[in-house]
Design a protein around this ligand. Structure first.
Ligand code: ZN
Ligand code: ZN
Ligand code: ZN
Length: 357
């Protein structure tokens, strides 16, 4: 069963970080970043799925029988969360565009199962019919259409009895009106209402609400920067193993401050010296890299390598150099791997040199 894309107040719920909420730009950015950090894993999973199974384009599926719509990809995730897609659109990970727009019942906003109803403006009965007055051009006789069609096989003028072969040329349509079969009233314009099929009531077109369904397309930027993180982890682990390190992934390391830090890959050699590898798997910001620096200073590994940060400020570079920290800015898997090899082998050699002295 789909969950319908309901009209909601923008990010109404309190337990939700809200990148939409207009506060000062600064606060908004911070909230967006915090949200991004909290949802990194889920985001990566979604983008990976979207690209592999949906060619990067998420289109709503609409079930007209139940008047619901939804995104199949969201049903494949742990929880169905339409706001998640919207948040990613705000962050520029997805591009959002209108797929279709529906009128919905003003009372039951979830239902777009509507039909159009014409009714009598006087008694509101839907038991009305449209009558047409036809004029036979040849003789000038005017009557209701049904009188010209006494025999459904052929159209004939009820007055001069002449057969009408070409309706368009021989008949003129002087007027039409509605007749209400209930109150027998005749009227030119029927009342047009919309009917909520699900809950069986009428409303006017001006009362109707509308709801838009959106397409979400994985934006080019995120396509470009999307490294195969799984593969990268694998390759890094291989290199570290080759240089006699035991590997642990997604480690929690307690810093000198007593705070726990999460390190993507930790390699430990026989002497207990550690190499930390931090993998940036999202849109990078300087704030993020700076927060990594703080973690590294707190945990003081022998070597720290930061992977996947594509643009790094001069300030960050100078801090990194000071603390013997390697930042690999490439987004290309092979380049990253070869850089890591260089760093690890150079440090291994240096260490050998230290030992022999
Ligand atoms: Zn309704
Ligand atoms: Zn009527
Ligand atoms: Zn006639």
């Amino acid at each position: 069963m789909f969950e319908f894309d309901r009209i909601k107040g923008k990010f109404g719920s309190k337990d939700h970080l809200d990148p939409f909420e207009r506060q000062s730009d600064n606060t908004e950015d911070q909230r967006a970043l915090a949200w991004q950090a909290q949802n990194r894993e889920k985001t990566n999973l979604l983008i990976k799925k979207a690209k592999e199974d949906y060619s990067g384009i998420l289109v709503p599926e609409i079930d007209y029988k139940t008047a619901t719509s939804g995104y199949r990809i969201l049903r494949e995730l742990e929880e169905y969360d339409i706001e998640f897609l919207d948040n990613l659109a705000v962050l520029g990970v997805l591009e959002k565009s209108v797929h279709n727009k529906f009128l919905v019942c003003p009372v039951h906003a979830s239902s777009f199962l509507l039909s159009v109803r014409v009714s009598c403006p006087k008694c509101s009965s839907i038991n009305i019919e449209r009558l047409n007055l036809l004029e036979h051009r040849a003789c000038g006789f005017i009557s209701e259409k049904k009188n010209f069609l006494a025999n459904p096989e052929e159209m004939k003028c009820p007055s001069c009895k002449k057969q009408i072969k070409n309706q368009e040329k021989e008949i003129r349509l002087p007027a039409s009106w509605y007749l209400c079969n209930m109150c027998k009233d005749k009227f030119d314009e029927a009342k047009i209402n919309l009917h909520c099929n699900e809950f069986d009531h009428d409303f006017t077109t001006t009362q109707a609400g509308s709801v838009a369904l959106y397409n979400y397309v994985v934006s080019d930027d995120s396509q470009k920067s999307a490294l195969d993180i799984g593969k990268l982890h694998e390759e890094i682990a291989k290199i570290l193993t080759k240089y006699n390190h035991t590997i642990s992934e997604n480690c929690t390391v307690k810093g000198k401050s007593g705070i726990d830090h999460n390190v993507d890959i930790v390699g430990t050699d026989s002497g207990g010296k550690t190499i930390f590898v931090f993998v940036n798997d999202s849109d990078e910001t300087n704030m993020e890299i700076d927060s990594k620096l703080i973690q590294i200073l707190d945990t003081s590994p022998k070597i720290a390598i930061l992977v996947g940060f594509s643009s790094i400020s001069e300030k960050t570079k100078s801090i990194a150099a000071k603390y013997n920290l390697s930042i690999i800015s490439s987004q290309n898997l092979d380049e990253i791997i070869s850089e890591i090899k260089k760093i690890v082998s150079a440090k291994a050699k240096k260490q050998d040199g230290d030992n022999t002295k």
